[in-house]
Every structure is written in C-alpha cells, then in structure tokens.
Design a protein around this ligand. Structure first.
Ligand code: FDA
Length: 571
C-alpha cells in the first residue's frame, strides 16, 4: 500500500474529468486522476476520423447492459461508454452540437442559480478552438458565426477534410426548405432548429479525432503537480473518521492485476467524473444513496440521498436506409443534420398533439414516480414535464424535437434519428457491494406514449424527406425497414413491432446525480457539491438535470469548464 496525498482527487480521466484536471493543475495545487482505462493515443480505432464503431466491444468499451426493457420490446440494450484516457470522447461520433439556449435557462428555473445560457456560452467558447473551413467547405455549408465560437481553447473543432462538397448540400437544403426546415448558419449559437452541416471534434491538421485526452491532458501531461493513475479502478470514497459531517479524505482504488486495494488521499476534495453510469454507483458504494438499496448490500448509510441513480434520461436511435438512385456511390463524409420542431414533424396536427400530451402529463408523472418506488415524486416530475412540454410546444420559440442525420454512403442513403426529448425516466443502481460488478440499469425506453409517438413521427418525416424534390431524385427504394415490412401509412403499433427490434440506445444518458434543489430530488447543488457532504462533487453527464437537444460533449466540456471556476472560487 502507498500513502500518497493530493489536494484534489478526481475519479475518471474522461470527457469532464480531464477538464477539471487541466484547469485545477494550472494552480499551485496537487491533483490526482484515477482512470480504469489506459492511453489510446496510438489506437487507430480511436484516432481514425471516420472510424465510428471500430472501438465497440473492444477492451475500451464498457458495454454496460440494461435490464430487459419492459416497454422497449423486452430486449436488453448495450450502453456504450469509453474506458480510456479521454473516456467516452474516445469512442463517440465526434459530432459537436450544443443545446438550445432556453433549455440551459431551464436549469436555472429549476433552482440552479447561475446556470443559464448566458453564463454557459463563455465556457463553451473557452473550451474550443474552431478551425476555419476551406472555401469549398464553406460553399457546401460549413458555416459558423464567430460570435458564438471560441478560437483559443484546448478543444479543436472543425470539418472533416473529406467532407462532401458536392451539390448534395444544395439539393438537401432545397428539400428541407420545401418541408419548412430552414438553413441554420450555426447550430451552436443556442438556436438549433433547422438544417445544418455541423462540425466535429477533430484535429484538422493531424486528421485525427480530437478526444479529451488530446485536447485537455496530453498537452499538459508533464505538469509535475498532476498525476494520472491509469489502469486503476476507484472502489469507493473513504470518509474522514473524526469529521462532524461527511468529509471524504481519499479514494480506495485497485490497480489492474492487483488484489490489494490502497487509498489515494485527498486533503481538499474528491471529484467524481466517472460518467452518468459510473458516478452514481461510486456514491452508493460509498454510502450515499437510498438506504433501502444500501442496506440490501450491507453498506452503511453516510448520507440518506435516495435519488442517487434516479432520473436517468436517455434517447432511442433507429436507422432507415434507402438505395441510391442509379446505384450511385458516395465516398465523402456526410455530416448533414436536421433539427425539426414539433410543428415540422406533426404539421397541422401539432396543436392537437400538444393538447393531448399536456393532458397526459399527470399520468406520465404518476407512472414514472411509481416505477421509481415513489423515490422521485409525481408532483416534482409533473413540474419538470410541464417545463419540457413548454420547451417542445411553445410555438414562438420551440426547441427541436428530433435529430435527423442523413448520410449518403456507398450505394445507400443512411439515416439515423432520435426523438430528442422523451419523458421516460429510469435508474441505475448497484447490484452488489463489489465495485465494478454489473449495475442494474433501466432507462425505461418507450415507457410513455410521447416517447413512442415522437420516434414514430420522426420516421414518417424521414420518409417525407426521401419523397420530396429535389432530394427524391437521389434515392431509389427503401431497404430498411422497407415498405414490405412497414408499409406507408402504417399505424404506430404496426411500426413499433419493427422498431422494438431495431432501435438502440442513443448513448446520451444524463441526470443520474442531477443538479437540482434537494427538495425536488437533486443530488448535487449549483456548485455541483453532493448534498450532505462537505467536499464531494460530481462533474460529468450525471449532473445535467434535463436532457439537451445537442450531442452531449460540447455541453459537458462547458459545464466542466464552469465547474473548474466554481471550484477555484471556493479556494
Ligand atoms: P466519460 O465516459 O467521458 O468519462 C468517465 C471516465 O471514468 C471514463 O474514462 C471511465 O473509464 C472512467 N471510470 C468509470 N468508472 C470508473 C472507476 N470506478 N474507476 C476509475 N475510472 C472509472 N456526444 C457527442 O457530443 N457527440 C457524439 O457524436 C456522440 N456520440 C456518441 C457515441 C457513442 C457510441 C457514445 C457511447 C456516446 C456518444 N456521445 C456523443 C456522448 C458523449 O460522448 C458522452 O456523453 C460523454 O463523453 C460523457 O462524458 P463524461 O465526462 O460524462 O464521462
């Protein structure tokens, strides 16, 4: 056993943890970072800019399994997450899109003072260096508004060098316009609705993925006050024996290939950045959580905080495929995204749909509360749902309701889509007192009518895109699912029979240690401190109280940048 002490101990060298490590080690402080995975700097499954999926089911994919999904076709789903220096940013799709401004403002409305779009935008910019697209790329839609972007931060953002600069862009732009979806010059300025060619996390010069390791760790890895323990799994927090209220003074860890745990001591704080599917488990293993669950595994309760691991929100992803017209082959990178509103998806039915869903919210809240054993409260859920309904259906400024990614690739036009804001909530909890044992993860996919309807109507919207000129001239027949499997004008039930076996997780789990007032089910306060503890924070996707419409990492980098300043201000 070793006896080593640091001012701050961070668990997880992932997307968020490395931001904290970088920013705190700028000061005269000692920092330890504990990471279960290893360096992936030389792993081509990670670095290849078009290598999405290559790392799946390899040693750097945690590949967590959900429970059988009662509402989602009675199947288990795989929740992918990166186990490496850089965390999930080393295996993700590299898409860089943020959130709708009013949806970040909703965090403050929930009671998180100081968290809104205006205070977060400077941190999005601080984290980022936008690499300027070429003239050809600009003409093909790689556009941006300089006021929303940063040009001096650690994270390189840009457009892939093999980006398709053919006329597909103008054809698609005209098609979306015909469907009422207008061109959006910069999807990262807080207004996401429209059609856009989003940028990626990429180092354009080196032509490699820009993960959190490359952005935030390797450039400063030689700082002598920063020590990263790789291949080391955190087991639980250690609590100071003589403290009046729960104070962590270290983290018990186990190095790979060892059976003897040891403690890495923290003199100031412990920061959990193990991800939305990691941090809540470490809290429970450390005695912070629902006493009923902790008792089951003989873990004594340090803080009675029953909503640890609750409020899990994810999305579901389905793909549809068409053959290309004339069997034409496409080789360049796509990057065509659309963020339609409910009005775009539902057309003239939108007012009725809005009223129906509004009337359903009390029943939704009851169902979610009951599923949690009333650990989350129906009255709180109803207020969250009402807020979310407002974001989706408020005509003047509605958030997008779906993401549609469309990619001509080889001889097909591939699409992936997900309804952005399901109401379903699930949970993640330990199923053993042993760190690293599989957890019980239940996202409750398709639990509620809206969750099914919004996915179904997005599929229909995509069929409309393919049938609308001029894009209709680029596609031939639909091959997945195909009209023989799901005919045109199918009912939602008919479609769902196919979808239930075809969807996957969209890999955007959030809110398992939600930042909210404790009275409404929060786990961390507005300084990201865990309620009832003196010095434990969570900084990762767990703290996002509500799902966002963009992909997560841009927002996680910004949240972690802001969290680093909050931690420094407390010094
Ligand atoms: P993250 O997972 O990055 O970090 C957690 C770290 O903690 C990991 O390194 C893990 O190994 C470590 N850890 C966990 N438990 C530990 C323990 N007990 N001891 C030690 N270490 C431990 N987002 C986006 O913006 N654009 C995109 O295109 C995509 N696409 C996408 C595809 C796929 C397949 C996935 C899985 C996810 C995405 N996402 C995405 C989502 C995004 O990548 C993801 O939400 C963030 O990277 C999560 O960052 P965190 O900091 O929360 O955790």
């Amino acid at each position: 056993s070793q006896s080593v002490a640091y001012d701050y101990v961070i668990v997880g060298a992932g997307t968020s943890g490395l931001v904290i490590a970088n920013r705190l080690s700028e000061l005269n402080l000692t920092i330890a970072v504990i990471e279960a995975g290893d360096s992936v700097l030389n792993n081509v499954n990670v670095s290849s800019p078009n290598g999405y999926g290559l790392a799946f089911d390899t040693a750097i994919d945690w590949a967590y399994q959900t429970t059988n999904q009662t509402y989602g076709g009675q199947v288990q789903q795989t929740l992918r997450a990166g186990k490496a220096i850089g965390g999930t940013s080393t295996i993700n799709g590299m898409a860089y899109t943020r959130a709708e401004d009013i949806q970040i403002d909703a965090w403050e409305t929930l009671g998180n003072q100081g968290w809104n779009w205006e205070t977060l935008l400077p941190y999005y910019k601080k984290s980022q260096t936008l690499q300027i697209p070429s003239d050809d790329q600009t003409a093909a839609g790689a556009t941006y508004n300089a006021t929303f972007n940063g040009f001096g931060g650690p994270l390189k953002i840009g457009w892939k060098s093999d980006m398709d600069t053919s006329n597909v862009h103008t054809i698609l732009n005209d098609t979306y316009a015909a469907l009422g979806v207008q061109w959006n010059q910069d999807v990262n300025g807080g207004r996401m609705v429209g059609y856009n060619r989003y940028p990626s996390e990429i180092d354009v010069t080196l032509n490699v993925r820009e993960d959190a390791g490359r952005a935030y760790y390797y450039p400063i890895a030689n700082r002598t006050n920063l020590h990263l323990y790789s291949n080391t799994v955190a087991q639980k927090l250690r609590w100071k024996a003589d403290a009046l209220s729960p104070t962590a003074d270290g983290v018990e860890v186990l190095a790979e290939n060892s059976t003897t745990p040891y403690v890495i001591s923290a003199t100031r704080e412990v920061i959990l950045s193990a991800g939305a599917l990691g941090s809540p488990l470490l809290l429970e293993l450390s005695g912070v959580g629902n006493p009923t669950i902790l008792n089951r595994y003989n873990i004594s309760t340090v803080v009675d905080l029953p909503t640890v691991g609750e409020n899990l929100q994810d999305q579901t992803n389905t793909g549809l495929i068409w053959n290309t017209a004339g069997n034409k082959s496409y080789t360049a990178s796509g990057g065509y995204v659309a963020y339609p509103t409910a009005a775009d998806i539902f057309g003239s039915r939108v007012a009725n749909v809005s009223a129906d869903i509004l009337a359903s919210l009390p029943a939704y809240a009851e169902k979610v509360a009951t599923a949690s054993g009333n650990i989350t409260k129906a009255k709180d859920l109803l207020s969250f749902f009402t807020m979310q309904h407002n974001l989706i259906f408020s005509g003047e400024h509605a958030v997008p309701v779906a993401e549609v990614l469309l990619t001509p690739s080889g001889n097909v036009v591939d699409t992936e889509y997900w309804a952005l804001l399901p109401f379903a909530r699930g949970s993640i909890h330990i199923s053993s007192a042993t760190a690293g044992a599989p957890a019980t993860i239940n996202p409750n996919y398709y639990m509620l009518g809206w969750d099914v309807t919004s996915q179904f109507e997005t599929a229909n919207f995509i069929r409309r895109i393919m049938a609308t000129a001029p894009f209709s001239s680029l596609v031939a027949d639909e091959t997945k699912p195909g009209l023989d499997v799901v005919p045109a004008n199918s009912t939602q039930e008919e479609w769902f029979k196919w979808n239930a076996g075809a969807y996957r997780s969209n890999f955007h789990p959030v809110a398992t240690a939600a930042m909210m007032p404790r009275e409404i089910g929060g786990v961390v306060d507005a300084k990201l401190k865990v309620y009832g503890t003196e010095n434990v924070r969570v900084v990762d996707a767990s703290v996002l109280p509500l799902q966002v419409c963009g992909h997560l990492v841009s927002t996680l980098y910004a949240v972690a940048e802001r969290a680093a300043d909050l931690i420094k201000n407390d010094l």
